[in-house]
Design a protein around this ligand. Structure first.
Ligand SMILES: NC(=O)c1ccc[n+]([C@@H]2O[C@H](COP(=O)([O-])OP(=O)(O)OC[C@H]3O[C@@H](n4cnc5c(N)ncnc54)[C@H](OP(=O)(O)O)[C@@H]3O)[C@@H](O)[C@H]2O)c1
Length: 313
């Protein structure tokens, strides 16, 4: 089958389209013919070598976590799916097994391929609703689950003033409509301004502009959590800062101790499942065919992303 492969650690410019064996499902697994996949930062970070202290990849490595497609083979003991079922979801590369939740881990052989194998019994894979377009279904899983988890954890109040840092990306563009009704200050490039307002931002500021003061709630969707001092200063006393990035928040990352500062990470799907995710609206910034999968990954690394990049079969 055709797949995007990394053959050694390095940047996406070194990836290639290759012919590799079709992965077969073992007990409790399903094989899916992939109709669409979307790109996430992890697809570059893992083959880039960022997790080498935790795990070593075997090559060729096929990137890709998010997908929509059709079940093409069912392993022994699978009862929830049949060949022909339309499914979508999110799964982690098998190399990261040690890092995912202990409960019902969602693992894959890599979705930037014609076929991929998944564990069937996870909350992160579900039947695709008939009214959810296949590209939208592939764009939504990681960012939708994350946006839902942020919303459930931060629990914004209607009169909150909210600062969203990283609003233009996959998670940000999915989250903004869920904040409707609040005063939302979103970061973006000048060319993003109108699109961000259409998604629900009431004010758009540049990455390096001064953040406003007196903010009730700040949501960091992009900066490393040890680089949030400036975001912390924007909060009013008693304000809350939630981040989705590592390293895990430490009080000393901020120069104040009168605010709340927490990581949002929902490895076991406690804060929302695929049914809720299917109701969200993704923003697809650019589309590619699998033959152009390497370009999709290099564009994600080198060009500005507004929303998601989707790769279709
Ligand atoms: N905790 C979790 O469960 C979880 C889940 C999913 C993702 N994540 C992490 O969350 C982060 C965002 O994910 P994503 O999928 O939304 O990534 P993404 O699509 O790459 O979005 C990041 C956005 O932030 C923009 N940006 C870059 N530098 C900025 C700055 N200094 N200030 C404001 N915005 C800036 C980027 O634009 P440019 O093109 O200008 O760079 C891009 O539009 C990643 O680090 C990812 O690993 C965490």
């Amino acid at each position: 089958m055709k797949a995007v492969v990394a053959t050694a650690y390095g940047p996406p410019e070194g990836f290639a389209i290759a012919d590799v064996p079709v992965p077969r499902p073992g007990p409790g697994q399903i094989q899916v013919r992939i109709a669409a996949a979307s790109i996430n930062p992890l697809d570059l970070r893992l083959p880039g070598g960022e997790f080498r202290g935790v795990t070593e990849l075997t090559f060729p490595h096929i990137p890709g976590n998010d997908f929509a497609g059709t079940v093409s083979e069912v392993g022994a003991g699978v009862t929830g799916y049949q060949v022909g079922d339309e499914v979508f979801g999110h799964a982690m590369p098998r190399a990261l097994r040690a890092m995912v939740g202990a409960g019902r881990p969602s693992m894959t052989t890599g979705t930037l391929a014609e076929y991929a194998v998944f564990e069937a019994g996870t909350p992160f894979i579900a039947h695709r609703p008939a009214d959810l377009d296949v590209a939208d279904a592939a764009a939504l899983p990681t960012v939708g689950l994350t946006a839902r988890a942020v919303l459930a954890t931060a629990a914004p109040k209607p009169d909150d003033t909210i600062l969203v840092v990283g609003a233009s990306g996959g998670v940000g563009t999915t989250l903004l409509p869920l904040l409707a009704g609040a005063a939302v200050i979103a970061t973006g490039r000048p060319e993003d301004s109108e699109l961000l307002r259409a998604k629900g931002a009431t004010e758009v500021i540049g990455y390096d502009d001064d953040y406003p003061g007196g903010v009730d709630l700040a949501l960091n969707l992009v900066l490393p959590s040890d680089r949030l001092r400036r975001v912390g200063r924007a909060l009013r006393p008693g304000g809350r800062l939630y981040t989705i990035t590592f390293p895990t928040p430490q009080p000393e990352y901020l120069d104040r101790d009168d605010v709340r500062f927490e990581l949002v990470l929902d490895m076991d799907g406690q804060l929302g499942g695929m049914r809720e995710v299917a109701e969200l609206t993704p923003t697809i910034g650019r589309r590619y065919r699998l033959d152009d999968g390497v370009r999709a990954l290099t564009d994600f690394a080198r060009r500005h992303t507004f929303g998601k990049l989707v790769v279709t079969a």
